[in-house]
Design a binder for this molecule. Structure first.
Ligand SMILES: Cc1ncc(COP(=O)(O)O)c(C=O)c1O
Length: 428
């Protein structure tokens, strides 16, 4: 029996609209982007009706770093299914112990302990809990336009538009502009528990900070007794050409959050990793933080495999080779389509194409879709198209991605296409 196509596509859309999300169904059908994931393999996904094939350059922000249904991951999970299940979240676990040991070996500097979670937001919440409990201070500083998730404390770090409808939220959360050390200097004081930043804020439009930014953050945190939390949910696991994005900046955070790709695209698992000293917050009562599915044992073995693949030098060399190819090609496309493209943002395969305005940025995913690429714009800087191909893309496939992107930019430059989309927007 197949799990794909049990009901026709129009029924999927109808049920989704009636029972899951009316708004999302309306949005995607209106713009002709009513794609329903059917078959998926490697860098490709097919619409449920088989009529359209896309290359996934969204990758759910890194979930599909290793492509869809990576055979090594599937094989590991299949084998594990003969013996394992979720496990027990209170008891000592072989699989949590082994995965945490591996993370201690692979994470930067003196990061040693790991608590496992299910989603990225939950892992961010935990990082903030640890920071507050350890420092006994209330304030948390994050970046304007940054994004750390939809859960309690994670949501409180975010922008107003995500928070407003859900107020009142947790107090003592403040924002500063990203990449601005003097603003951070003013914001951090003796009440600050932690500063939290993404290494390269994705939702803010793949904003690569100055080379010395994180050294400055580390210095301010150390001087004022605040902890430095780095969110590697999107930048981790090889996306930037190093195993962790923060390695490009030569500093070690106190707490690091890993998510998305750790799942291998197959089994949700995330991690909050931190210095040994910080583990003391759980000494009096180790049951003060619990997560039933956090660190499910099947997820642990999947994550171990993901780390084994992503940390190999062959894999990282491959990512860097691809990054060089894309750097050259994106520069060429920027020059060719200078009427719509303003600049290219890139750290490894963490890439963004900044358009001249928000309208172009918001139309770009539709043009990409027409030409066979799945991409989205950055929600906190809508002039930027996020461009995140899977890290397992071959060099032949990379050429195909560029051909499709070139056709997409050509379409996006056409007045006829722009007018058509503009009309749809006006109708709403
Ligand atoms: C940088 C970053 N941090 C945290 C999260 C939250 O992760 P999740 O959606 O798994 O809760 C996201 C999700 O997009 C993210 O991009």
């Amino acid at each position: 029996m197949s799990f794909i196509g049990r009901i026709p596509k129009d029924k999927v859309i109808e049920y989704f609209s009636q029972y899951v999300s009316y708004g999302k169904a309306k949005f995607f059908t209106k713009f002709g982007m009513d794609f329903v994931f059917g078959k998926r393999e490697g860098i490709y996904v097919w619409d449920i009706d088989g009529k359209r094939e896309l290359i996934n350059c969204h990758c759910n922000g890194g979930v599909f770093n290793l492509g869809h249904r990576n055979p090594q991951i599937i094989q590991t999970l299949n084998q594990a299914l003969y013996e394992l299940d979720i496990g027990n979240h209170h008891l000592i676990s072989e699989h949590k112990a082994l995965l945490a040991k591996k993370l201690a070996e692979l994470t930067p500097g003196n990061i040693k302990y790991t608590v496992f979670c299910v989603g990225g937001g939950e892992a961010v919440d935990l990082a903030i809990k640890i920071a507050r409990a350890f420092t006994k201070r209330p304030k948390i500083i994050s970046a304007v336009g940054g994004y750390h998730g939809h859960t309690g404390f994670a949501l409180a770090t975010g922008d107003e538009k995500y928070k407003k409808p859900f107020e009142p939220l947790a107090p003592e959360f403040y924002q500063v502009p990203f990449n601005d050390l003097s603003a951070l200097e003013k914001a951090v004081d003796d009440k600050t528990a932690a500063v939290i930043f993404e290494t390269v804020p994705a939702t803010l439009g793949i904003y690569v900070p100055d080379k010395n930014f994180f050294k400055g953050v580390r210095e301010i945190c150390d001087r004022k007794g605040a902890l430095m939390i780095i969110d590697e949910v999107q930048t981790g696991l090889g996306r930037t050409g190093k195993l962790w994005g923060i390695e490009h900046f030569g500093v070690v955070p106190d707490i690091m959050i890993i998510g998305k790709g750790l799942s291998g695209g197959i089994y949700p698992i995330t991690a909050t990793c931190f210095r040994e000293e910080l583990e003391s917050v759980f000494h009096d009562d180790p049951f003060i933080h619990i997560s039933t599915f956090g660190g499910a044992e099947l997820g642990c073995v999947v994550a171990e495999k993901v780390l084994e693949i992503s940390s190999s030098s062959d894999f990282l060399n491959h990512v860097n080779g691809l990054a060089d190819f894309f750097a050259k090609e994106l520069q060429r496309l920027k020059e060719k389509f200078s009427s719509i493209v303003e600049s290219i943002r890139q750290l490894g395969l963490m890439m963004g194409i900044k358009m001249h305005n928000e309208f172009l940025g918001m139309m770009a995913p539709l043009a990409c879709y027409q030409e066979g690429l799945l991409c989205v714009y950055a929600n906190n800087d809508r002039s930027v198209l996020q461009f995140l191909p899977p890290l397992i893309t071959t060099s032949e496939q990379a050429k195909e991605i560029i051909r499709r992107l070139e056709r997409s930019l050509l379409l996006l430059s056409s007045e006829e296409f722009q007018k058509k989309i503009f009309q749809k927007v006006m109708e709403s």
